[in-house]
Write a protein that binds this ligand. Structure first.
Ligand code: BES
Ligand code: ZN
Length: 615
């Protein structure tokens, strides 16, 4: 089958394919922008082609050269939400197999959606500025001109000039002095270089620079963080990272990216984690002091296979990235902590899945596994659905075929598409052909209703998860429910939850949130006093407790919510809290957003504005 057009790129990716990207840039903290040169080596895929089209979004394009000679180019009108096509004319038509080198001199602008620039005052030690990127899904084009589609993969050379230490999604190859030619020396004298020898899509290009130190957390792993936070971060991660890597290797095959490092970002990082190759970017909210949030690391690490080596060919098949990753993450948890934990995590996931389906509406396009994104913004489709519907589909296949046989398919799948991108249809073909000679497996696979799994909106049938770890949480929530309907002698005390994991507290609080009548206010106070949730440093717990309070319209928690909304910028916490605060006290929600909008990453700022109806 001919490769399909990715609807979320304006580039002519079916005609040219980037094989190597050499990017050389300078960070200017004083201007909150970066500028430099990017050289794309393109392979021609068809005959008689006269133009290369690249994605750009709010970039300042200065010069374009083709094969070393100045070229004619134009930046087309902006098409929301995809940006402006950069059309580069070729002097002479090229044919299949020809190599074309396009070099662009460019800079970012203040409208760049991929970068957050922070002043020293916005950082924890307030001494130095900071910048970081977040390119997934389609923000790489606001950072540099490229074929911004996950169907195209290229090796990378980075060369980044900054006054402060730099991290990037490659292997460090050194640091050299900047030799000033004509440009001013303001941005610093060191140039940090990196190489990514494994071809990666544009969305995995990542950079960060700031007052960053590092420490070892495993034989092939470092954690990078601010010097004041470094040792706390090291303690949080050092026991688990290598265990996770080895466990994933036993399930799939050897880790290929040489290093698996983690950069702990400032609190405005909009996601829990981002699987940038060689160096996961992560929110500081995972550093809770009790290792209770390291599942995020198991998740991002799993992307080293699902997503980074084997990528979805377009965002319409995003479940291949996130569903597979969620599945592998839970298999790791199961192997490391016991099967009960696989199921417990799946139970938490199912709840998020159900809520996302309710939020979109059960017939909505974005509740399908394979979605139509023509003309749409992939950020608008983002939810738990690709994670959990994808996980449930794979877990269904796992049970259908049987764990032992299914586990032989996992390395086969990841070998077949290693360093490639694929669609859901490729996945189906590969699964069916792998088991074609196994009469028993093919006969059960013949029963799979592929169209229903791919295209039916809403929830599939709920599997029977093992509720061992969840039962205690449900029982305690039941006692509170009885108390809420005032027919109970239950006396809450701190011992109710002693020895609980933070995951169990989350399940308990989410159950409370689901009560048909909100928890009465004096009971919220009692819960606060007995269980200490309001003092929790763990964002997973504190945000859920505030949710219980806001659902009950407890005014006493509005101010606290507003305060917390200035503490983290992780969208998973910020978006639901804004939505609820908006229902309780719109004025306070708007004021809080106004006060903190400079603190949020542009992606977070954008979605919260949409959620609050102020865009
Ligand atoms: N790749 C995602 C984050 C992402 C998705 C960024 C889509 C931009 C667009 C990452 O792997 C992820 O899923 N993070 C989760 C962690 C969790 C599921 C353990 C998050 O941020 O909460
Ligand atoms: Zn993920």
């Amino acid at each position: 089958m001919a490769p399909a057009k990715d609807p979320n790129t304006l580039s002519n990716h079916l005609e040219f394919s980037t094989t190597h990207t050499a990017i050389s840039l300078t960070l200017s903290f004083s201007k909150s922008s970066l500028y430099g040169e990017v050289e794309l080596t393109l392979k021609t895929l068809a005959d008689d082609l006269k133009q290369v089209v690249l994605d750009t979004s709010f970039l300042d394009i200065k010069v374009v050269a083709v094969n070393g000679k100045g070229a004619k180019w134009t930046v087309g009108d902006r098409v929301e939400p995809y940006g402006s096509p950069l059309r580069v004319d070729l002097e002479k038509a090229v044919n299949s197999g020809d190599e074309v080198i396009v070099k662009v001199t460019w800079g970012t602008t203040e409208k760049c959606t991929a970068l957050q620039w922070m002043t020293p005052e916005q950082t924890s030690n307030k001494r130095h500025p900071y910048m970081f990127s977040q390119c997934q899904a389609i923000h790489a084009r606001s950072l540099y001109p490229c074929q911004d589609t996950p169907s195209i993969k290229s090796t990378f050379d980075f060369s980044i000039r900054s006054p402060l230490p730099v991290c990037a999604s490659g292997l460090p190859t050194g640091v050299r002095h900047f030799v000033p030619a004509t440009s001013p020396s303001e941005p610093g004298t060191l140039v940090y270089t990196f190489r990514q020898p494994i071809p990666i899509p544009s969305y995995l290009m990542a950079i960060a620079s700031g007052d960053i130190a590092n420490a070892a957390v495993g034989p092939r792993s470092l954690v990078y963080a601010g010097p004041e936070e470094l040792l706390r971060c090291k303690r949080e991660l050092e026991d688990d990272v290598e265990t996770f890597i080895k466990t994933a290797e036993s399930l799939i095959y050897a880790y290929e990216w040489t290093t698996y490092n983690v950069l702990i970002l400032p609190p405005s990082f909009p996601y829990g984690g981002m699987e940038n190759p060689c160096i996961t970017f992560a929110t500081p909210t995972i550093i809770s002091g009790d290792k209770s949030n390291v599942d995020v690391i198991a998740h991002e690490l799993s992307h080293s296979w699902s997503g980074n080596l084997v990528s979805n060919a377009s965002w319409e098949h995003f479940w291949l990235n996130e569903g597979w990753t969620t599945y592998i993450e839970r298999r790791i948890q199961g192997k490391v902590h016991g099967d009960k934990h696989f199921h417990f995590s799946a139970i938490i996931g199912w709840k998020a899945f159900k809520e996302s389906v309710e939020l979109f509406g059960a017939d909505h396009e974005f509740t399908k596994l394979v979605i139509d994104l023509k003309g749409k913004d992939p950020d608008d489709a983002f939810s738990s659905i690709p994670y959990e519907k994808g996980f449930n589909f794979l877990y269904y296949l796992d049970r259908l075929i049987g764990r032992e046989k299914w586990d032989t398919f996992i390395p086969h799948y990841f070998s077949s598409y290693r360093r490639k991108s694929l669609t859901s249809f490729d996945f189906k073909d590969t699964l069916l052909s792998f088991f074609s000679k196994d009469v028993e497996a093919s006969s059960v696979l013949a029963n799979v209703d592929w169209d229903t799994w791919f295209y039916k909106p809403g929830l599939p049938e709920k599997p029977d998860f093992d509720t061992t770890l969840a039962d205690a949480c449900y029982a305690l929530a039941g006692s509170w429910q009885a108390l809420n309907s005032s027919n109970s002698s239950f006396k809450p005390s701190p011992s109710d939850i002693s020895g609980w994991t933070s995951g169990q507290i989350v399940v308990f609080l989410e159950r409370i949130t689901d009560f048909p009548t909100p928890l009465r206010k004096h009971l919220i106070e009692l819960m606060r006093d007995e269980y200490g949730f309001l003092k929790s440093e763990n964002a997973e717990i504190l945000s859920r407790f505030l949710t219980v309070g806001l659902k009950a319209k407890d005014e006493k928690l509005y101010r606290k919510t507003a305060e917390v909304l200035g503490r983290w910028g992780r969208m998973k916490f910020v978006r639901p809290l804004y939505r609820l605060l908006n229902e309780c006290d719109r004025k306070l929600a708007l004021e809080t957003f106004e006060k903190n909008k400079g603190f949020y990453h542009p992606i977070c700022r954008g979605v919260v504005m949409k959620d609050l109806g102020i865009s």
